[in-house]
Design a protein around this ligand. Structure first.
Ligand code: ADP
Length: 435
């Protein structure tokens, strides 16, 4: 599934980049073509004007016909040469001049260009009294032809200039192939880069998908255990057809206590599901943390008594933090409940709260079973229980600490644990306090 996603991601990125590159290359090609064409057309039009002016001069002053030499037009030729980086300046150009009877009066054709093939444009230009550019391919050679009607007052006719554009075509073809090659090579490089980037960007999605799958598998597993226990105990009670409720109390009690485990588990699962979908918001009221610690300890008075656990409280008065009272109470309850659950009787529980700089430091310690080094770094993971069988009997779901950690971190704080097996455990919570 992720491979398909990666391929799709790569292809769409590649498609966008290739389209963009193609548009850019087309723009470069068309821009260059336009520049070359307009420069070449400008040269032909300028030269045509010069020929006509010279012809006019000759008529007015009675001078001999001085036909300008296209190759003498140094400035234009230099520009042409520079533009194309052509080393050979001998561009094949020439012209024909026609009088008003459309008879040829002068031909300058140094390169044997078949000018008679272009006569059709002379008639068009003469009839319409205009000038026109055309392109013709004769014997596989392409020519640009400029045909211009002129009327100097004393004389009218048509001047036609022609130019072999093979060099132009060659340059444009070369440019086209280079751009095509560039697109192909870049597409290959971009495909590799896109594939790599696609892999990188879907990694978090993959991880979250994997976590989600593990979460569902763990949750179903955790829900199956109490359900099986309930079923077995109810089966035992139902088998006793003649027995009274009191006689089957033990089965019913077992089933009942499992429903409690299940309801705790479902509550925690719901909370985690909401956390994962960003549906849990943290309030930011003024919370008296000292008072909250005291109330939490009071709430567990009965549990301390039942397990013969002595309580030591050392709370600095009036520590105020901004946060969510309900969530902070939940975090304190998780830590206190664990301290009781994982203590042998008789035991000792201690809660200390003091402020340091702009932090509230809360320490909840017990002298219980402790946590081994290899379990220590995993106890904040979801569904992790150090001693699975035993801690499940205590009603543990393995979700409490991951919720407590989320609560602390979403109040801008930190939580850490120190523990020694058979000596005890201390959870330290640091929370930012109100100024
Ligand atoms: P649980 O519902 O199982 O207590 P938690 O997430 O609260 O889930 O705790 C995860 C595991 O960390 C527990 O199963 C237990 O093995 C260990 N643990 C937590 N608190 C203590 C403690 N105070 N003493 C010893 N072990 C603890």
């Amino acid at each position: 599934m992720f491979r398909k996603l990666r391929i799709r991601f790569t292809l769409s990125t590649l498609l966008i980049l290739v389209v963009f590159l193609s548009i850019l290359s087309t723009a470069v090609y068309l821009g260059t073509k336009k520049l070359i064409t307009s420069s070449s057309e400008g040269m032909l039009a300028g030269t045509a004007d010069r020929i006509i002016r010279t012809e006019d001069d000759r008529n007015n002053n009675g001078n001999d016909l001085i036909i300008p030499d296209l190759f003498e037009n140094k400035k234009v030729m230099d520009k042409f040469e520079n533009l194309f980086a052509v080393n050979d300046p001998k561009l094949k150009v020439g012209y024909v001049m026609y009088d008003n009877m459309l008879d040829v009066v002068y031909i300058r054709n140094s390169a044997d260009i078949p000018y008679d093939e272009f006569e059709k444009y002379v008639l068009d230009s003469f009839q319409d009294r205009n000038s026109l550019f055309s392109l013709e391919i004769i014997d596989d050679v392409e020519y640009r032809i400029y045909t211009k009607f002129f009327n100097t007052g004393t004389k009218a006719g048509v001047v036609q200039l022609y130019q072999d554009v093979s060099m132009e075509t060659f340059i444009l073809e070369h440019l086209k192939h280079s751009l095509l090659f560039l697109i192909i090579v870049s597409s290959f490089i971009l495909a590799v880069i896109s594939w790599h980037l696609a892999g990188k960007s879907i990694r978090p999605v993959m991880e979250s998908w994997k976590r989600q799958k593990e979460f569902i598998a763990d949750a179903s597993h955790e829900l199956r255990t109490p359900l099986t226990v309930i079923q077995t105990n109810l089966d035992a009670a139902m088998c006793d057809n003649s027995g009274t409720i009191a006689e089957n109390r033990v089965w019913l009690d077992n089933a009942y206590s499992e429903t409690e485990v299940m309801s705790k588990l479902v509550g925690e699962l719901l909370m985690l599901a909401k956390i994962d979908s960003n549906q849990v918001t943290i309030g930011n009221g003024n919370v008296d943390l000292t008072d909250l610690c005291r109330r939490t300890v009071d709430k567990f008075a009965e549990n301390f008594k039942m397990k013969d656990i002595s309580v030591e409280m050392n709370l600095e008065e009036g520590i105020m933090i901004s946060g969510d009272e309900l969530k902070l109470t939940q975090m304190l309850s998780i830590l206190t409940d664990n301290a009781i659950k994982y203590s042998e009787s008789p035991g000792k529980y201690s809660i200390r709260l003091n402020s340091e700089k702009n932090k509230a430091i809360l320490k909840i310690s017990d002298e219980g079973v402790g946590i081994s080094d290899e379990d220590l770094h995993r106890i904040f993971d979801r569904f992790y229980r150090a001693d699975k069988a035993r801690h499940r009997e205590e009603g543990g779901t393995g979700l409490g600490l991951s919720i407590a950690k989320w609560i602390v971190e979403n109040h801008g704080g930190k939580i850490k644990v120190d523990s020694t097996v058979d000596i005890g455990t201390t959870f330290t919570v640091e929370l930012p306090i109100n100024d």
